[in-house]
Design a protein around this ligand. Structure first.
Ligand SMILES: NC(=O)c1ccc[n+]([C@@H]2O[C@H](COP(=O)([O-])OP(=O)(O)OC[C@H]3O[C@@H](n4cnc5c(N)ncnc54)[C@H](OP(=O)(O)O)[C@@H]3O)[C@@H](O)[C@H]2O)c1
Length: 305
């Protein structure tokens, strides 16, 4: 593959790790697009630590079209990052969306015209441990998974020789729904109770979680995704393998008083249910609570200035 111009938009846990891994591999021209200047990124990874020098822009009007845009903001910040997408996309640009939830292409389409969009399932754990420092933790899975098509193949090739493994999956829709299912229980239940994943061990929360999953699995099957009848129990069993003391992204955002990734997760299930005239009362209730909590956080942040 010839060297590609790659712009990474959003240099948090996921974007910081992706930019650092690509830059360290040294095969491509990497540009960091952030809200604050960033010179060198401290990159902690399982094999050690590296200081990675990154070219950085903070003003979208200074950006020019690139071969690849890697959008790594939270899903709810997509519109705020729209000016980056508009400046960085030209004829031939492809856009990979490294965000949780579904509906990746629909979220970015208003800013991109016809540019091909690659939805990416992110499995690795990326954490911003301090300003200008990120940590990569692998999980027992490929770090990222993409669809089994030509754009997915080219995206995966970007990471060859880097510390991140990228794989294509023929059953991408099933894997994307499975990730969504994990997220629509672990995230809301920890965020709304303001407790880490230990709360999922409570019998009453387990019953609620399984009921949320049953609703969502039925919607996923109506969408034509080959989810197994025992999918809810199997997702719950996976959740029980996660450490009790682990937080979730939405838990951490709640505790930090930030807006929540509600629409791309629970909101996606509720909207898909509506498309199929399937009631999702429990997920709808969670969505109302998440929206209220998220708006409350945004209002408090605005009041603080
Ligand atoms: N972290 C994980 O381990 C993990 C695992 C799987 C999936 N995911 C998913 O990956 C996505 C990214 O998550 P994350 O954990 O990396 O989030 P994060 O740490 O909060 O990082 C998001 C970054 O986006 C930046 N941003 C927001 N609006 C922007 C804008 N208008 N222009 C430029 N940058 C902007 C933020 O900038 P500031 O620094 O200025 O706030 C922040 O650096 C989410 O969908 C998440 O659910 C995360």
């Amino acid at each position: 593959m010839t060297p590609q111009k790659i712009a990474v938009v959003g240099l948090g846990g996921i974007g910081g790790v992706a930019a650092a891994a690509l830059q360290l591999a040294g095969r491509h021209d990497v540009l960091a697009c952030a809200r604050r200047p960033l010179g060198t990124l401290g990159f902690h990874h399982p094999e050690g630590m590296a200081q990675v020098k990154l070219r950085c822009l903070t003003d979208p009007t200074e950006a020019a079209p690139v071969d690849w845009i890697l959008l790594c903001t939270k899903a709810q910040d997509t519109a705020a990052a729209g000016a980056w997408l508009e400046s960085l996309a030209g004829p031939g640009t492809r856009v990979a969306v490294l965000q949780n939830g579904l509906g990746h292409a629909e979220r970015v389409r208003p800013f991109l015209g016809e540019a091909p969009v690659v939805p990416v399932i992110v499995y690795y754990n990326g954490e911003r441990i301090a300003p200008g420092e990120v940590r990569l933790r692998h999980v027992p899975a490929p770090d990222v998974v993409v669809p089994d098509d030509a754009h997915g193949r080219d995206f995966a090739a970007l990471f060859r020789g880097s510390l991140l493994s990228a794989q294509q999956a023929a059953d991408f829709p099933v894997l994307a729904w499975r990730k969504l299912l994990l997220n629509i229980v672990a995230n809301p239940l920890t965020a709304l109770t303001r407790q880490r994943q230990r709360v999922l061990r409570r019998p009453d929360i387990r019953a609620l979680g399984l009921a949320l999953l049953e609703e969502a699995v039925a919607v996923g099957r109506a969408e034509g995704v080959a989810l197994a009848p025992e999918e809810a129990a199997s997702v719950w069993a996976t959740l029980m393998t996660f450490p009790e003391e682990a937080g979730t992204s939405m838990y951490h955002d709640t505790m930090a008083g930030k807006s929540l990734e509600a629409e791309a997760l629970t909101g996606y299930v509720v909207a898909a249910g509506e498309r199929h005239a399937m009631p999702t009362p429990l997920n709808r209730a969670m969505l109302a609570l998440l929206r209220a909590a998220s708006d409350g956080n945004a209002q408090a942040a605005a009041a603080r200035g």
